[in-house]
Structure formats: structure tokens, C-alpha cells
Design a protein around this ligand. Structure first.
Ligand code: NAP
Length: 635
């Protein structure tokens, strides 16, 4: 709810110093209906987040602030009023084009969907009681994380009965399980949120774990989804019955018993990063002290004064090491592969007071702000990770733009470690930017590594002993070992047994190499839909919540078509699935993560990239708008 403006000019002026100016103009123009607030000479020249304020010159910034002050002052003084109700959708394309440039033409439908003036344009446009009121159609969703909650909400909106089965005692998935100190998302808060439920008042530019968990909990409560969740219940097996075209889902109940649920469709929303991966290191069982995985943090264990060993320097370690380094007696970090660091000075910053004030007082500003962030991530860093086949330096960089990125990021590391050549040598990755997840950095990692009580070890671990970790250069005694060794991302849908048509076994079919059509459907497994399935992870562009929204839209469209046409099930055609996967594989081979030989969770044991989506967000959005029923056998 927008608050009335009561503040004096000088307070508004101060707030405007914190404003992101291009989307503010868009919001003011939308709220007042005055196109004069979008003059040609104030069109931003870029949406690149590395170029502040859309490339405005200082004089242009002053002009925008003056325009905004005049408008907000006029509203405060009653000389102008903001329009009531939703903004005019017909104005959206012009305003969107003003912000995102003429090239945005193709992206406009997607961008408008993301910042729609209506409350929830992506809500299903059908209801079961209209399409097939008497038909029994129940859906089982596996998992109550961000994706499963969304799927439940959408089914509820369509009037389709559903049950969510969740192994944990609460919602939130990864945001429930990962509670290590310093845990936060590395995608902007205004993007890492449902498009129809943005949060005007995010406390930080990048939300912390507790804030996100609270967001998902409140979503589950507010939408009524929580009431449909069976907590503490784990899916053991799901089996498709060829005769009835229905699924039998066997679950373990909280009391240890088993129960059968029946469903006409199953949606797996178990995610890719839900099963901690422990390394195989000789002697792991010999260690005398406590040890735990970062996703199973032992909060009861006080690390103050302890000798702590951390294995791994991925996204998780990167966040908790600076936190625990402050109190640990000593901290030894075992790094196998250095991460690239993306400079993000405001990574830990609270949202500036002035910006929060504007979100509260300018109708639609937070939406246009989201649009602005979104426009910069539609393609994101993809152009810089595309492989140039003529480029001959594959393990350093994959193209001229990638090499430029490398030079910039190396310069950043040189700046961070200027006073510590020993750490600098260890910090410069020997693989191309984009081959692994780049980590957002505001300097706290380097500061932690430079502490007197912290040691970075790059010698390979040879074994774990009863009193610590040994490498070729010696023994490192430890009281506690923390495994920050990531997740078994390639083990999609493990350890469930999933049996499809004619007794087909999903894991046998995959044989460690999971594939699906659009990441969602698999031949021989009718009416089984996967969310955050194979090849739907993004490395350098966008937010994974965007993918979940595309997936729920597509799944709901499929289910709507079944109910409308009186069919029982959709089964992906083998040839459609194969051609799609060939296209995905070919594209992934032309990305930095596909050609580099560096370790990463983006490749499965066979070396195939089974996780990543190699294209723009727009391409996934387009492919998931309207299911082509010809892609499916209709049962
Ligand atoms: P990860 O990126 O897979 O990192 C695992 C770390 O453990 C790597 O440094 C890896 O080294 C090391 N490792 C594994 N086995 C080892 C062994 N035997 N010996 C020595 N080192 C070993 O896992 P993660 O940090 O948990 O992150 C996983 C993903 O979760 C991220 O990429 C991101 O998508 C997501 N995540 C996001 C955030 C965020 O939003 N900020 C935070 C946490 C996680 P190698 O690199 O050599 O394999």
C-alpha cells in the first residue's frame, strides 16, 4: 500500500539521492499518466548493472531528480494525484521500451509479465470446475520449497485438489535446510521473489536466509498452501498404472509407517541442491572430533576458540568462513579450486533508506525497479561465456569477451590481495570465468583469508586422521571439520523409485545422466512433471524463481488441456525429447562451463552438463508459454 507523502522537500531530495533513477521515471510516468516524464533525452543508454543509473550523465541524473522532486512535491501539495487502481496496460510497452531500449522489443511481453500492472497475470486462466467439474483429478507435489509451494498455489487457483509431501517439518526447502552463518542469496531480493508477490520492503539488496524463509513461510500461510502439506513425510516410490493412467505414491509417514496416495499427476519439486555431498577422503571415519556438512549446520556446537578445518571454497564456504573466522581459534581452509569473485560492494548492505522511502511512496516503483533489474538479467552474462570456436586458449578463457572479463576479474583479485602475493597466487582461478558459479564479493572473503588465525591450504588433501587433515605438506590439527563440499546435484529425484509406463524405471533410464524435455517431462513417464529438473539451472543470468514460474505455467497449461479435452495423460514423445536434448547439449558445449575441464557440479559423472540451461531467460519463457500437444502422446 502506497503511503501518503508528508515529507518536506529536503527530505524528499535526500531520498532521491538513493534512487535508482530510470525505473523511478517509469514509475512516476505510470502513476501520473504523464508521458512528459519520459522525455527522449532521458532514455537510459544501457541496462548494464555495472554502469550506474542506466548510463545517465551527472547532469541527466540531476534533471531526473529535479523532475521527481517536482512531481512528488505536487502530489504532496495536492496539485497532482497519483492514479488509483492498476496502471494502464497499453502504456506498458512504451514505458518498457523507454527503459530497456529499442532492442527490448522482443523481450517486452516477458518484461511486462514480470512487472504487470495487473496483480498476477500469470495466474491460471482456467478453473477445474468449469472444465471438468465431476472428474477426479488429484495432484501430488513432492517438496515444499520455493517451487513446490508455487505449484500448490497455482493448482489451488485453478481449483485442482493437491497434496504436497514434504520430508522436513516446515516449508522453505534449501532456505530451511541451509542455516549456516552468513547464508544469503546472491540474486537481488527484488528478483529472487515471486513476480506476483514482490515485497516492497526488502531489508537488504540480497536477502539473508532468515528473511527468505520468513517470505516462503508467510506465502504458505497466506495462500492456504500450508494446509495441504504433509510434513515429515517422505516419498519412497511413485508408480504409474497403465490401466488407469494414475500414479500411486508410496510415502513414509512421520510415525515410520507407509501410506499410499493416489494422483492423476505428480510434480516433483525436490530441487537440485537438496542432498549434501560428502567427499570420499581416506580416513574420514577416523576423525575424533565433530564434523558436519554446511547444509546440516550444528548450531549447538560453539566454534569459539576451536581449531576448525573447512573443506571447500564454493558458494557456501565463501559465506560462512568470514563469519566463523571472527571467533574460531584457528581456521584452516582447504581449497581445491579457486572461485572467481564478482565485485558487489553492496552485497551485505541494507536497502538504502531513501530507496525504501520511495518504494513506500511511489506507486509501482518497486515493480519498475524489478523490471529494471530483470532487463539486465534477461541475457545477463551469457555473451561473455559463449565459446568462440576460433579461440585457442580454452582453459584460460573461451573468447575475446570472456578474456576481457578474465582481465577485469583478475585486476579485482590483484587489488584485493595487493599486500599478500602468496594469497593472490592461490586466488587467481586457472579456468575461464563462467565455468563455475562466480561468487559475489564485497571484500569480506579476502579480509578473512588475511586474518592471523586463518590459513589457506591449496595442497591436495591426502587423508583425514583422528586429529585433523593431512596434506603432502604436513598435518593440520583440527577440533572440528566442516564439509562445505556442495550437493549431489546430478542425482535428480534420488532416492525415490519412480516407475513409469510398462514398468520403466526412471533411474535405470537415466543411468546417472538425467534428461528431460524442457527440464520437465520424460518419455515413458506420463503426467510426471519435474521442477528445477535437468538443464534448468542458470549460471550467469536471472533468478531460479523465474524458472519455477515458467514451469508452473507450463504444467498448469498441460493439466488444463487434459481436463478441457477429456484426456487422461500426456507422455513426452521420445523423438521430441531427444532432439531437444541434442540442442541443449550442443549449446552447453559452446558455453564456458561446457568446454572447461574444471571440477563443477554442473557436470555429471559422464561429463555431460545435466544441470544448466544454456540460453537466455527469454528462450525458456517462450518455450513454456503454450505447450505443443503434438510434443506428447495423448493417453
Ligand atoms: P560447491 O559450489 O559445489 O562447492 C563445493 C566445494 O567443495 C568446492 O570448493 C569443491 O572443490 C570442494 N570439494 C568438494 N569435494 C572436495 C574434495 N574431495 N576435496 C577438496 N575439496 C572438495 O557447493 P556449495 O558451495 O554448497 O554451492 C553449491 C551451489 O549452491 C552454488 O553453486 C549455488 O548455486 C548454490 N548456493 C548459492 C548460494 C548463494 O546464493 N549465495 C550460497 C550457497 C550455495 P572444487 O571446486 O574443486 O570441486
Amino acid at each position: 500500500m502506497t503511503e501518503p507523502i508528508m515529507d518536506a522537500d529536503d527530505a524528499i531530495e535526500r531520498a532521491l539521492l538513493d534512487a535508482e533513477l530510470p525505473p523511478l521515471l517509469a514509475a512516476l510516468a505510470t502513476a501520473t499518466g504523464d508521458p512528459a516524464l519520459l522525455p527522449d533525452h532521458l532514455r537510459p543508454t544501457t541496462v548494464n548493472p555495472l554502469m550506474p543509473q542506466g548510463g545517465y550523465s551527472p547532469a541527466q541524473q540531476d534533471e531526473v531528480r529535479a523532475l521527481a522532486l517536482a512531481t512528488l512535491g505536487a502530489v504532496r501539495d495536492g496539485r497532482l494525484s497519483f492514479r488509483q487502481g492498476p496502471a494502464d496496460e497499453e502504456e506498458m510497452p512504451a514505458t518498457g521500451r523507454f527503459l530497456a531500449g529499442t532492442d527490448a522489443g522482443r523481450y517486452l511481453p516477458l518484461l511486462i509479465d514480470e512487472v504487470a500492472t495487473r496483480d498476477d497475470p500469470a495466474a491460471p486462466r482456467w478453473r477445474k470446475e468449469r472444465l471438468a467439474p465431476d472428474r477426479r483429478f488429484h495432484v501430488v507435489i513432492v517438496g515444499a520449497g520455493m517451487s513446490g509451494l508455487l505449484a500448490g498455489h497455482r493448482l489451488g487457483q485453478a481449483g485442482v485438489p493437491y497434496t504436497i509431501v514434504e520430508k522436513n517439518g516446515d516449508v522453505g526447502g534449501t532456505w530451511l535446510e541451509n542455516t549456516y552463518p552468513g547464508c544469503r542469496v546472491d540474486v537481488s531480493s527484488h528478483l529472487y521473489s515471486y513476480s506476483f508477490l514482490e515485497h516492497d520492503d526488502w531489508p537488504a539488496y540480497f536477502s539473508t536466509q532468515d528473511v527468505l524463509l520468513d517470505y516462503f513461510r508467510r506465502f504458505a500461510d497466506r495462500t492456504g498452501v500450508r494446509e495441504r502439506i504433509r510434513f515429515g513425510t517422505e516419498v519412497l516410490a511413485a508408480e504409474f498404472d497403465d490401466e488407469t493412467c494414475a500414479w500411486t505414491v508410496r510415502v513414509r509417514t512421520p510415525d515410520g509407517g507407509t501410506e499410499i496416495l493416489r494422483a492423476q499427476a505428480v510434480i516433483s519439486a525436490v530441487g537440485q541442491l537438496n542432498r549434501p555431498s560428502y567427499p570420499r577422503i581416506e580416513g574420514m571415519g577416523d576423525f575424533n572430533g565433530p564434523s558436519f556438512h554446511s547444509a546440516r549446520w550444528e548450531h549447538g556446537l560453539d566454534l569459539t576458540g576451536k581449531r576448525v578445518a573447512v573443506i571447500g571454497t564454493g558458494a557456501s564456504a565463501f559465506q560462512f568462513v568470514p563469519e566463523i573466522a571472527r571467533t574460531a581459534g584457528s581456521l584452516v581452509i582447504f581449497q581445491r579450486t579457486a572461485p572467481w569473485l564478482g565485485p558487489t560492494p553492496h552485497y551485505h548492505a541494507p536497502v538504502a533508506d531513501g530507496l525504501r522511502w520511495l518504494f513506500r511512496h511511489v506507486p509501482g516503483y518497486s515493480r519498475w525497479y524489478r523490471f529494471w533489474l530483470f532487463a539486465s538479467t534477461v541475457e545477463g552474462g551469457l555473451p561473455a561465456v559463449e565459446v568462440d570456436p576460433a579461440w585457442r586458449d580454452g582453459e584460460r578463457s573461451v573468447s575475446a569477451p570472456n578474456d576481457e572479463r578474465r582481465a577485469l576479474l583478475t585486476a579485482y583479485l590483484e587489488h584485493l590481495f595487493a599486500d599478500r602475493p602468496d594469497l593472490l597466487r592461490a586466488a587467481i582461478p586457472d579456468y575461464p570465468p563462467g565455468a563455475k558459479r562466480m561468487l559475489r564479493d564485497n571484500g569480506v572473503w579476502a579480509a578473512a583469508l588475511k586474518r592471523d588465525n586463518v590459513t589457506l591450504v591449496t595442497d591436495p588433501i591426502s587423508r583425514i586422521t583422528d586429529h585433523g587433515i593431512s596434506t603432502d605438506d604436513g598435518d593440520h590439527d583440527a577440533d572440528v571439520i566442516i564439509y562445505a563440499t556442495g550437493f549431489s546435484a546430478s542425482d535428480f529425484l534420488m532416492p525415490m523409485t519412480v516407475t513409469g509406463r510398462n514398468g520403466a524405471d526412471l533411474h535405470k533410464r537415466w543411468n546417472g545422466d538425467a534428461r528431460a524435455y524442457l527440464g520437465m517431462t520424460v518419455p515413458e513417464f506420463p503426467n510426471l512433471f519435474l521442477m528445477y529438473g535437468p538443464n534448468t539451472n542458470i549460471v550467469v543470468n536471472g533468478s531460479i524463481i523465474f524458472f519455477s514460474e515458467c514451469e508452473t505455467h507450463y504444467i498448469l497449461e498441460c493439466l488444463g488441456s487434459l481436463l478441457r479435452d477429456g484426456h487422461r495423460a500426456l507422455e513426452c514423445r521420445e523423438e521430441v525429447h531427444d532432439a531437444y536434448n541434442e540442442m541443449i547439449d550442443a549449446a552447453n558445449r559452446r558455453r564456458a562451463w561446457g568446454v572447461s575441464t574444471v571440477n563443477s557440479w554442473y557436470k555429471n559423472a559422464l561429463g555431460r552438463v545435466a544441470q544448466n540451461w544454456p540460453f537466455t531467460l527469454m528462450e525458456y519463457w517462450e518455450r513454456t508459454r503454450v505447450p505443443d500437444i503434438d510434443d506428447y502422446h495423448v493417453l
